[in-house]
Structures are given as C-alpha cells and as structure tokens.
Design a protein around this ligand. Structure first.
Ligand SMILES: *Cc1c(COP(=O)(O)O)cnc(C)c1O
Length: 392
C-alpha cells in the first residue's frame, strides 16, 4: 500500500514557488462548488477586480489563465503574434530565450536584442532594433529576470513600442506584488504573471491582462490561434468581459479560492506597503551577506528586491551548500540558471516569504554551512548588519 504524502515544512527562499501563507492553504481546502455556480461566478468577478488592482489597470480582459506562468506567456504570444510577423525579443536571461521559442512556434520572426546576464534590457539597443526593423509589430521583454535578479524599465520599453506602432508583451511573473508595476500608466499591452512568486499563492495559475489595443488585435486576427485552450476569443466567452459564462473548461475551483485569498491579503496590506516590505527585507539580506564577505551579482541600481543573486565564493561546493541548507535547515535557495549555473545562488524574498524572520534565518543557516565548508567568510557579522539595516 502506498501511504499518504506529508511534505516537510520547508522555508522556500528560491526563485519560486515561495512560501504559501496558511490563510491561502486554508482557502484551498474549502468545499468545492460547481464552476458555473452563481456564487463561483461572483468569485470570478471579484478575482478580476482584484487582479485589476494588483496590475494597476482598468483592462476588461484581466483574468487568471488556468495553468502556470508559462501558459500565460504562451497565451500572450499565440494571441498577439501571427505567422509572418516580426517580433523584437529582448534576452538578458533564461526567460527571453523562451519568448524567442514562442515567437518562432507562432510562425513569426524573432529579432533578438541581447544583453549580458545580470544587466537590464538596454533601451538604446531596442530603439536601434526598431530603427532596423520598422516592420516589427510587437516588442517582448521580461520585467524581472528571475534567472539573474535584474530589473528592466517597463515604462521606457513600452513607450518605445508605442512610438513604433508596436504592441508590448511583458513578463511580470516575478514582479507582480513584489515591485512597482503600473500596466495602464506604463502602457503595457499584454502582460502575464504567475501566482507562485510574489503573490505567495500556489503554483499553477497565470494572471494575464490585455489592453484595448491588444484585444483589438486579437479580434482582428486573420489566422486562428493555434492553441485551442489559450485562444482568448474563446476564453473571453467564459471569463468576460460581459461574458455569458459559456463553458470553455472547468476552472480550477479550489485554486481560484486560493488566488482570491492571496489577492485579498495583498489588498489588505496595500500594494505600496508590500513593495516597501520587499525592499526593506532585501536591504537587510544584502547588508548581512556583504558583512559575511559575500558579493551580489547584480549592480545595486538594477537589483530586484525579491530575487537576490549572490556570487558563490571560490572553493565552495555549490550543490553541497544548497543540499546542507535543505537537509539541516529545511531551507531552499535557488541554484544559478543557464549561463550562471554554478556561479550564483538565487535567494528569493518573495511575497509571504519576504519577512525579517526569513532574512535572519537564511543568514544564520548560510553562515553555519559556509563555515563548515571552510569558506573564507567573516563570522558573527551578518546578523548585526541585517538587524541594523532593519532598524535604520
Ligand atoms: C517562473 C517564471 C516563469 C514561468 O512560470 P511557471 O509558473 O514556472 O510556468 C516565466 N517567467 C519568469 C520571469 C519566471 O520567473
């Protein structure tokens, strides 16, 4: 007989999923009701309103896609991009590479604008790409590159798209809820996110929002969207705006209870307060790491507070440190991805996991494990530095 699965209580400080609050887990276990039950339809409307708040948008087409962030990414590409289109894709980490894949699978051409990993997307390079490719109809980039911990300038990039009569596709999977994101004010057209990063919800849902210009492009498509499930014309019949709630697929009812709860929590805290909390805890973590003698991989002005890329000190076994943190301290931090594999650790301070307690626990555990490895670190300095930063 196979027995029930009881996971340990970990502290999730990697690139996601992040710790899910007990309130959200509680909501998840409430009784399942029908996905066309009038009370559920009411809940769907509330979720749309809450998502409009966190995205800072009045877009009518603002909904959670019933699948993880990667599906939200695909939803934006397959609906906005048609065969033969030219799309400018910015790559400064792992996720820009996935955007290129999406563009090519839509039968379109990707013009790549590349920046070093750890750097933000260069606005000047994007400007040059538009000048060289006036036929480009879409610009795609990542706001918060989770693979490197660098932040790009959404407002400037979206303005550039607009000035070149192009629509923008923006990946906000790791930014939503963690740093400022103003979809309407910044003029972003198709924006997707995820629930398991700074929203501290369970993985598996992808909030998306489409501007009126994006909706117009979707409605005027000449080619059918190649994905039936992600075709927004069909999904709109279920989620609205002004939908008659025609059956499209069975919404993940309990997952949406969880999303609703996490958004209610974010609204209670207030977006700005949540951003300030992420920044405060980030500064404390960095102060502690630097006092220990470690260095950050991203320049201060481009750092994401919710994803801290730390250079792995010389002579330290990357995998052994992460495994000891997990085994001895129930603490998960992230490995480097792609070009940064083996060179950095990624310490997430996302959503519910962005707390003073986690900052101090992580510094304590890391100091103990690095000490055991004989790493050349300063002991005893990290906690006082982090605490001083938290007070200051
Ligand atoms: C995590 C992440 C994704 C993918 O989300 P999944 O929920 O894992 O599919 C996409 N983009 C960025 C920037 C991410 O951090």
């Amino acid at each position: 007989m196979t027995s029930s699965f009881f996971p340990p209580q970990r502290t999730l400080m990697g690139p996601g999923p992040s710790d899910v609050s007990p309130r959200v887990l509680g909501a998840l276990s409430r009784p399942t009701i029908g996905h066309l039950d009038p009370l559920f339809v009411q809940l769907m409307d509330e979720i749309k309103g809450l998502l409009q708040y966190v995205f800072q948008t009045s877009n009518g087409l603002t909904i959670p896609v019933s699948a993880p962030g990667s599906a939200g990414m695909e939803a934006c590409f397959v609906n906005l991009v048609s065969p033969g289109d030219t799309v400018i894709v910015c790559q400064n980490g792992v996720f820009g590479g996935r955007m290129k894949e999406n563009v090519e699978r839509c039968g379109a051409t990707a013009i790549m604008v590349e920046d070093d990993w750890g750097q933000p997307v260069s606005v000047a390079k994007v400007e040059a790409a538009f000048a060289a490719h006036p036929e480009a109809s879409t610009l795609a980039f990542v706001h918060a590159e989770t693979s490197t911990g660098a932040r790009s300038d959404v407002a400037a990039l979206c303005a550039l798209a607009k000035a070149n009569n192009a629509l923008s596709i923006v990946d906000t999977v790791t930014s939503l809820g963690g740093i400022e994101l103003k979809v309407d004010e910044w003029g972003a057209d198709a924006v997707y996110s995820g629930t398991q990063k700074c929203l501290s919800c369970i993985p598996g849902i992808s909030p998306v929002t489409f501007s009126p210009a994006a909706v117009e492009r979707i409605q005027n498509r000449e080619h059918k969207v190649q994905s039936w499930f992600l075709d927004m014309q069909l999904v709109m019949g279920y989620w609205g705006p002004n939908a008659k709630r025609a059956y499209h697929h069975t919404a993940p009812v309990n997952d949406l209870y969880a999303l609703h709860e996490s958004l209610v929590m974010l609204q209670e805290e207030g977006l700005e307060n949540a951003h300030a909390r992420h920044l405060r805890n980030h500064k404390a973590l960095v102060a502690g790491l630097e006092a220990m003698g470690l260095s950050m991989a991203v320049a201060e002005e481009h750092r994401l507070p919710q994803l801290n890329a730390v250079n792995i000190p010389d002579g330290v076994d990357d995998a052994e440190v992460r495994s000891a943190l997990l085994q001895d301290f129930n603490l998960e931090i992230g490995a480097g991805l792609g070009a940064l594999a083996g060179k950095t650790w990624r310490i997430g301070l996302m959503g519910h996991a962005s707390s003073e307690r986690n900052v101090l626990a992580c510094l304590t555990a890391l100091e103990a494990v690095l000490g055991r490895q004989g790493a050349a670190i300063t002991t005893g300095a990290a906690l006082p530095a982090a605490k001083a930063q938290l007070k200051g």
